[in-house]
Design a binder for this molecule. Sequence first.
Ligand code: PSU
Ligand code: MN
Length: 309
Amino acid sequence: MISSRTFRLSEEVGEALSSGRPVVALETTIVTHGLPSPQNLETARDCEHIVREEGCIPATIGVLDGQLIVGLGNEELECLAHSPGVSKTNLSNIGAIIAAGTPGSTSVSTTLLAADTAGIGVTVTGGIGGVHRGYGEHFDVSSDLFAMQRFRQILVCCGAKSILDVEATREQLETQGIPVVGWRTEHFPLFYSVGNRLSVDATVNSAEEVVRIHGAQGGLGLSTSTLVVADPPSKSALPADRLEEIIEGALSEAEAQGVTGREVTPFLLDRVSAMTGGESLRTNLALIRNNCRIGARIAAALANSRNKV
Ligand code: PSU
Ligand code: MN
């Protein structure tokens, strides 16, 4: 049973949902842990703007004052973006953060929980978490993957972040029965780069096709998310071989400094950005925006199909 003490929908998002308007859920771990200031707040605002341009309502999600909030107001978003020590939440620590009443950002896992609870159908991120490299020694698999199995959303991303073992992540998605749909691509993207040969379950050219596939899965009683993967915009994609060396370097640093748990991904993203002279950051900013546009088009198609029934 969801409690209104711990869960709050903003007025705008609540009204949009009850009148059948398309809504797109946006996460905030990108804002608090994935991007440096000031690009973090600028990007979050831009994402909301892009979603609106496409005729949808943005629902940015975060934890403040003991509540999981769907549809953060401007000041609330600013507070998350600027406060030091905001906790990154996933399904294992969100209860503790809510109970403590301290601020938290939502990763993909807790964003899926919030969006599904609210009745939103589409969530957007940059790149999902997945199976980390060296998982044979340190068993680190993102809670994003398990949340996708549990909550039913259309989740738009550029695949799994290339700091991960992308091949193992792709395998794991199949093991868990998560449909992977390539948005105008036949291959599972590499977040910062293109040109990888990993497969997708279907390739689509339109938002309506995504909605049909997600609907068919649902029609069989399957309650997983559908993962939509898009390449990063070609102008900002980085060469995979050059990036590989840099990622290896960042991973060695993480190992030497004993970085573990929820800190691993933000540490690696930050180091890769520093070692590419900010190029990977530019790619990250471009791909998040692009994913928002795709997500909004899918949300519009989903609302259309729901309103027809
Ligand atoms: N996409 C980005 N930057 C990010 C993330 C996604 O471009 O920082 C975040 C998402 O919130 C995702 C999290 O859920 O990284 C994965 O963290 P972990 O590997 O610790 O599960
Ligand atoms: Mn982890």
